[in-house]
Every structure is written in C-alpha cells, then in structure tokens.
Design a protein around this ligand. Structure first.
Ligand SMILES: [Zn+2]
Length: 384
C-alpha cells in the first residue's frame, strides 16, 4: 500500500458525531439551481418532464440527506465468492475455526472447539477468566489472517460501493476484513468525496486516536498529536459486547447513531441482524426510532437469504411498504443511482418521476475502466 494514498484516509471523525449537520447536510436551499438546470435542459431537447434521464441524473447534484450503507459478512462473501486476491477464504463466525489457523492454539490448550461457533468459544474463554494468554493468541491469529487479505487488482464490488457514495454518506461495516479500506485507498485517485467509514466491530487495518478523534490506518500517526493510532479491538464476548470498552468502536457507534437519525435511505447489505448481536440491533433501533416516525425513509435490504426471513429480521425498522429487498448489489438503489441515490429517491418517491437510472458497470474489467466511468459523475459535482 502506497503511503501517499494511505495517508489520505486519515480523517477527523470528531465533527461527525458532535455536529451532525456539518457532515450530514439537510439544507434544501441548493435545490433551486438544480431544478432550473433541469427545466432549461428540458426546453432545449423537449424531454418528457416526468422522466429523469440518465444525463439529467448525472448532473442532478444537490445538498441532500445521507445514504447510510451497513455491511455485514454477507457483503464480503458476495464480493469474493471464491476468496480474495490469493484465493484465501473469508470466514464467518460459524466456520472461522476451519479457515483461520486457530485450531492449534485451541488444541494445545485442551479446548474442545469442533463444530462450535468461534464467538461462542471466545465467550466461554472470556467468562472462565483463566484463559487470558489463549485469548491473546487467538486475537493475534485472527488479526494476522484478516490483515493479510487483499483486494484483487481487478474491480470489485467494494470499489463500486465506495465510489457510489459521496462525502455526506456513511458506510458502517461489521467486517474485520480490510477490503473496504483498500477500496477507499484506490478510489481516492477518482475523488476525495467519499463516504465516512465506520467500523462497528473494529477492523484489522483501522487505527484511532481517542484524544483527537482522528481515524486512519493503524500504522499511521495521528496528524494532530503525532502518536501512532491505536489498533481496534476485534474480539468481544458474545454475551456482553461492550462496545464502549474500545474508544474507536465507541466512536464509530456514536457516528453511526447520528447517521441513522439523519439518513433518508438505509441499505443493509449482507447483515441479517443476528440474535447474537442484540446490543447492535438495540442501538440501531433506538437511533432509527419508531418506524411510524420514519415514513418518508426507504429501508433497503440486500441479501441472498429468503426475502421473508430478511424482512422479518428488520421489521423493527420498516414502516409499511417502505422497503426494498434485493438479492444482489447490482439491483440495489445505490447501484442503479450511484452518487445520486438520494436525489433519485426524491425524484421517484416525492416528485413521482420515472427514472432511467445510471447503473454502475459492475462488468468493468479493469479499475481504469470503472474509475473512468465514475469521473463524469464526479466532475458534475465539482461544476455544481
Ligand atoms: Zn492524536
């Protein structure tokens, strides 16, 4: 990873949570200019006023509310069904003991791990209190495995995902893997207007300075105090996931709460609200509020699981029929309206327009091709 690009992900997160309006603008005052632009284009080409064309969508850039994307393990599995750049598999908690080399650590400690969920094993060790050294070895093994994972050189779903959002938007991930950060690093050559990234369960590449509320890569130094960022804590006992015990994760949740309160569209990708993480669900549900008070928002779920099962797991967040369920990212609102998802949402659901859309070319063969496709969208933002 080139240090010149990695440095750019350092960003102060202090303002995000303490002054939501700064990073989550809700001002409608900028709408007028964009509407004028659309009307004048319509006059020139006699376009159907009820249709937002692809070209119109590209330049339809306003100060709008954020789009929040929440990623779970299913997103990384969907992105790399056959493993990452070197073919290494992405473990879930259920099969982590078979993929990450932790068996030897557990065996030598006489711990029966066969057929057990890794989180449950870790919790038992934690509750027992006498396995501090084993827990530390497990944490190192898990961290080392995930740290070594690498995005392939070709475009991935993560590249499209990161570039499909703007600086006002937020991606909150439950994943430890480094793919989101690696996608950020190589997207910076296209634009710096990228979403805020939050690591709700910690991340192997991520570091944080609690004193100054700066986040970056774990080997980087805080730009304010000059000290190396503190690595995230990855493992928590399943029975009491005390997120406040880690400063970085605590901050991520603070900002995630603000993002949930402010978001107009939420897309949950590959995260099925597991019963084992009741704390996460309850924090999110409190921040989102009662569905009856979120009648204008859209809650979108992208998951390969059975639709009814997916909707049932998120029913506390859904008002009436204001939801979409899709099985792939390519069908998501974000992939059809990249970098303009909220503008498109307003056009479709508030102004009752028909949208042509501007689908992300997920079939792009090279990063240059994908980046080249996004550049006109970014340029339209700069011009506006
Ligand atoms: Zn600092």
């Amino acid at each position: 990873m080139a240090s010149s690009t990695t440095r750019t992900i350092v960003r102060a997160v202090k303002r995000d949570a303490s002054a939501g309006a700064w990073i989550f603008p809700t001002a409608a005052s900028h709408n007028q200019g964009s509407n004028c632009a659309r009307r004048s284009r319509g006059c020139l080409v006699m376009a159907d006023q009820n249709v937002v064309t692809t070209a119109e969508e590209m330049v339809d850039f306003k100060q709008v509310r954020p789009h929040l994307v929440i990623l779970g393990a299913g997103a990384s599995r969907a992105a790399f069904p056959r493993g990452e750049a070197h073919g290494r598999k992405l473990p879930l908690m259920a099969d982590l003991t078979e993929i990450v080399p932790v068996a030897a650590i557990l065996d030598k400690s006489g711990i029966d791990w066969h057929g057990k969920n890794f989180e449950e094993i870790y919790s038992l060790l934690y509750d027992d209190g006498g396995y501090e050294r084993v827990r530390s070895e497990l944490e190192n093994a898990v961290s080392e495995y995930f740290y070594g994972l690498q995005l392939p050189d070709t475009p991935t779903l993560y590249d499209s995902l990161v570039l499909s959002l703007r600086q006002k938007d937020v991606i909150a991930t439950f994943n430890w893997d480094p793919f989101l950060i690696q996608a950020f690093q190589r997207s910076y050559c296209v634009t710096h207007s990228l979403p805020t990234a939050l690591f709700l369960h910690g991340n192997v590449l991520h570091g944080y300075c609690d004193k100054d509320s700066y986040q970056g890569l774990r080997e980087q130094e805080c730009p304010r105090c000059g000290k190396q960022f503190q690595s995230d804590k990855l493992l928590f006992p399943i029975t009491k996931k005390d997120y406040s015990s880690d400063a970085s994760i605590n901050k991520a949740w603070d900002v995630a709460r603000e993002a949930l309160k402010n978001a107009l569209v939420v897309t949950v990708f590959g995260y099925s609200a597991p019963a084992s993480d009741k704390d996460a669900l309850s924090i999110m549900s409190d921040a989102w509020g009662k569905p009856a008070k979120r009648q204008f928002e859209l809650f979108e779920m992208v998951d390969i699981k059975n639709q009814e099962e997916v909707v049932a797991s998120w029913k506390a967040f859904i008002f009436s029929g204001h939801y979409r369920v899709r099985t792939t990212f390519s069908e998501s609102f974000l992939a059809i309206h990249p970098r303009r998802s909220i503008e498109a949402f307003l056009n479709q659901y508030i102004d009752a327009k028909f949208l042509e859309g501007n689908r992300v070319p997920l079939e792009a063969k090279t990063l240059e091709e994908l980046h080249g496709w996004f550049r006109p969208l970014v340029e339209a933002e700069v011009q506006n």
